[in-house]
Design a protein around this ligand. Sequence first.
Ligand code: DX5
Ligand code: ZN
Length: 229
Amino acid sequence: MNTDRKIRIAPSILSADFANFGAEIRAIEDQGADWVHVDVMDGHFVPNLTFGPPAVKAFRPHVTTVMDVHLMIAPIDPFIDAYAEAGADVLTAHVEAGPHTHRTLQAIRAAGMKAGVALNPGTPAEAVEHLLDLADLVCVMTVNPGFGGQKFIDMTAKIRRLRQMIGDRPVLIEIDGGVDPKTAPLVAAAGADVLVAGSAVFRGGSVEQADVYGRNMRAIRDAVETVWA
Ligand code: DX5
Ligand code: ZN
């Protein structure tokens, strides 16, 4: 079927050891991570709080792949330059975070980053229809954002719809929340390009036992390849 497509795995360091981010990032990259996903939460847009620009800047030297920063904050625009300076490669804004996502995506690109736009489970695909020329990535949330380890919510119909809407544009579809070897094939078959996974990658492993991260990522990749075979 889709033998020319390659799934990218983006482990979320929300599930890493918070006292050891540098080593955790190096461990997941050594074990085959394609991107590093960084979840920024503000305790306002989502009911949880993680880290801000200085921490993200401290992660930067440890990332040799792509630093994929997912902003779960409102407002966004006053912080765009700080995340550019922190070294984000991809900066993703939620379409629900404010009335001017169009302007936000323009500002992200103007600051030299790839622009992502994220959709909560309750938000229809059509909410980004007029933003696709300004986006490099659409992130489909398959949990309500705020916490790792939640149960997957089936958004495959939305993913298919987005795939159609995107057409030939060079826009990646990223899936975030509850991705594991069981759910990954469903979203991959619907059209996903990038799979964010926190608990399913970090589960059972550590910096000292990083091979577990490798095995966990391989299990996701193998499950996807089975449906693509
Ligand atoms: C949820 C975050 C996700 C989360 C995924 O708000 O955006 O990136 O860490 O975690 P898992 O894979 O555990 O659902
Ligand atoms: Zn995320």
